[in-house]
Write a protein that binds this ligand. Structure first.
Ligand code: HEM
Length: 181
């Protein structure tokens, strides 16, 4: 997993909980000697262990934590890749173009980067379906990212996000609809 995502997970835990919670999670995950940075690609197991222990500690299911973390990630992700965003894009356009812009760029940056494949079908101006495909099974993170994008583009009151399959499979279908004003 991309180091930026794990360092943002660290900041998420430190700001939503506190620094000692992060230290405890690292110990429980057997990672107390690991130092995370933005440039390294880390084994996915690190992220699974951290989120798994966080779920045990907080009593919040891992899927729900993934969603909350996905929402939190968006402003930083958008900042990192802002040059690729067209000024006229809103939430649905961003989702529709992620595969050919942001995720394409992430794949080029490092051969070990492997963001999920997002097959997006635009059903109309106000509706699309995302077919998420990834062996990482982080569909909850995708749902959270969609919510975070809606907040980022000031459309959180308008955007409805509905996973229509289980969120923890390798293929997850997510229906996104914008109500017209
Ligand atoms: C806003 C623009 C976006 C940027 C800059 C971005 C960037 C990234 C990066 C850097 C990773 C880590 C990849 C790796 O470690 O191999 C990642 C993973 C991921 N992205 Fe994106 N992403 C964006 C939009 C989206 C959208 C719109 C979705 C879904 C609706 C999405 C879903 C995911 C998920 C679920 C992962 C976790 C890894 C996995 O499931 O395989 N991303 N993204």
């Amino acid at each position: 997993m991309h180091g930026s995502i794990i360092t943002l997970l660290k900041r998420y835990v430190q700001t939503q909980y506190d620094h000692s919670t992060w230290v405890k999670l690292m110990e429980l995950s057997g990672l107390d000697t690991v130092v995370f940075d933005h440039k390294t690609v880390y084994p996915d197991e690190h992220m699974y262990a951290l989120v798994g222990h966080a779920a045990e500690m907080t009593g919040i299911p891992a899927g729900e934590l993934h969603e909350k973390f996905g929402e939190y990630l968006v402003p930083d992700l958008m900042y990192m890749y802002q040059k690729m965003v067209k000024p006229e894009w809103k939430t649905l356009d961003m989702i529709e173009h992620t595969e050919q812009t942001m995720h394409k760029q992430v794949r080029l940056e490092h051969t070990q980067n492997m963001p999920p494949v997002l097959n997006v079908t635009r059903l109309g101006a106000n509706e699309l379906v995302i077919d998420y495909v990834s062996p990482r099974r982080m569909g909850g993170l995708a749902v959270g990212i969609v919510r975070g994008l809606a907040t980022y583009f000031d459309e959180s009151d308008l955007i409805d996000v509905q996973p229509t399959t289980s969120e923890d499979g390798e293929r997850v279908r997510i229906h996104v609809r914008r109500s017209s004003l």
